[in-house]
Design a protein around this ligand. Structure first.
Ligand SMILES: Cc1ncc(COP(=O)(O)O)c(C=O)c1O
Length: 419
């Protein structure tokens, strides 16, 4: 193991993104592998939030809407458009991913451009599936197909395509699956959907900030996603909605809130929808929660998404090899795709004692924070902006130690609410 640690240190020295780690608040003696759930706090965000609270809210009060805040929301949208290679005025921010998904799926249904048939699969995030269910309950002619693949961890693309062809409609998929990190072939599926009178609404929550997503190249028409994972926007930071220009005019927001009005401050009696992407805004944007999104996206743009993706692939391959060498002999199983081209930026492993191993990792002089998804998945998230190779080898050493010494026996099998 000494040699492995030495080798990891050399990889870190040669890492071209290593300078970004010090931009984050890092706890000593702690390795944080949960950036795929909630990203770390950048120093700049902390300072910027303080400034907004003390000066913009504390001193400037209502004047800050015009002086700073409305402009900031537009600026963040522009930066996200740059990150995803969208055209200007195709992205808005403000709601949660779940609310945007509800709005846009409803809106597609009302447009009658596609058959009222929702297609998703068992790899999708449960909230997305709940939302589809909810919409079906409140409309009388829509139906759904939730494909159940042979496995809980890999999509069957052939089966998915077959379904789209035989019974087209509105498809909702998570580009990177939350459990296994399975990564869908975005361009191939968009083209298939287009050819078969269908549309895909992509949920990018687990992909944005680590996967190089190019809306123009991949022919993406609609996407939503959160900003608190690899974009490091902070707990509950607002999500984004992308609608391709070709569709904005044709779709209506089912929620007629004043921020979606053509001129909200006219206070007109009648709702007149905005013609642009603003039509999907509902109410007053959450300013303090939006501030750190800008710092997070700035950092991703500065590092370059292609560089981040390349490091994510290198580190996850490195981690995968360590798992094969040290953890498979201890009865672990890799639950993520082995081919890096089919994988996002976390690796899921399982063991019959997954939950208690997760608990043990968080104790002791070196704390390791992964997360756990029932019934058995330990997710090891790789945030290339702050994870080092040394973090990864130390994680493997600790996991192996916990299992060899049966340290997990000290912990209860009961699981709390937030894991
Ligand atoms: C893939 C995916 N979609 C949707 C959500 C829910 O996002 P929100 O809480 O912004 O509605 C999450 C949350 O973790 C997620 O991982």
């Amino acid at each position: 193991m000494e040699n492995e640690i030495k080798a990891s240190k050399i990889l870190d020295i040669n890492d071209s993104l290593k300078q970004f780690r010090k931009e984050f608040i890092n706890n000593t003696n702690e390795i944080y592998l949960d950036g795929n759930s909630l990203g770390k706090l950048p120093y700049k965000s902390k300072l910027k939030i303080q400034k907004v609270i003390e000066n913009e809210w504390g001193q400037n009060l209502i004047r800050s809407w015009n002086d700073h805040w409305l402009e900031m929301i537009k600026r963040i949208s522009l930066k996200l458009e740059k990150l995803f290679n969208a055209s200007n005025h195709e992205i808005t921010i403000g709601e949660s991913t779940s609310v945007y998904l509800y709005q846009i799926l409803n809106s597609l249904l009302q447009s009658e451009k596609f058959k009222p048939h929702f297609i998703s699969d068992n790899l999708n995030f449960p909230s997305d599936l709940y939302i589809i269910d909810g919409i079906i309950k409140t409309t009388n002619n829509s139906k759904k197909t939730i494909l159940k693949y042979e496995s809980d961890t890999e999509a069957n693309i052939k089966l998915l395509k077959k379904k789209i062809k035989s019974d087209p409609g509105i498809i909702c998929l998570s580009l990177v699956s939350y459990k296994s990190s399975w990564l869908y072939p975005m361009k191939e599926l968009n083209e298939w959907a287009l050819k078969n009178d269908s549309i895909i609404v992509w949920d990018l929550s687990h992909a944005a900030g680590v996967v190089n997503i190019d809306f123009k190249y991949s022919k993406t028409l609609i996407a939503v996603g959160c900003t608190y994972k690899f974009l490091n926007g902070g707990p509950g930071s607002p999500a984004y909605l992308y609608v391709n220009k070709s569709l904005i005019k044709e779709l209506e927001n089912p929620i007629n809130g004043w921020f979606g009005h053509l001129n909200p401050f006219s206070f007109s009696k009648k709702f007149i929808s905005s013609n642009g992407i603003q039509k999907f805004s509902n109410g007053t944007p959450s300013i303090i929660s939006s501030v750190p999104i800008e710092c997070g996206v700035d950092m991703v743009l500065k590092a370059g998404i292609k560089n981040i993706e390349a490091k994510s692939k290198r580190q996850s391959e490195y981690l995968k090899d360590l798992i094969i060498k040290y953890l498979i002999p201890l009865d672990f199983k890799i639950e993520s795709p082995l081919n890096p081209q089919n994988r996002g930026s976390h690796i899921s492993i399982s063991h019959k004692e997954s939950w208690r191993i997760c608990k043990s990792l968080q104790e002791g002089p070196l704390k390791i924070i992964p997360d756990f998804r029932p019934p058995k998945y330990i997710r090891l998230g790789i945030s290339p902006l702050y994870i080092s190779y040394e973090d990864l080898i130390k994680t493997i050493i600790k996991i192996a130690d916990i299992v060899i010494k049966k340290e997990y026996l000290k912990f209860s099998v009961n699981q709390p609410t937030v894991t």
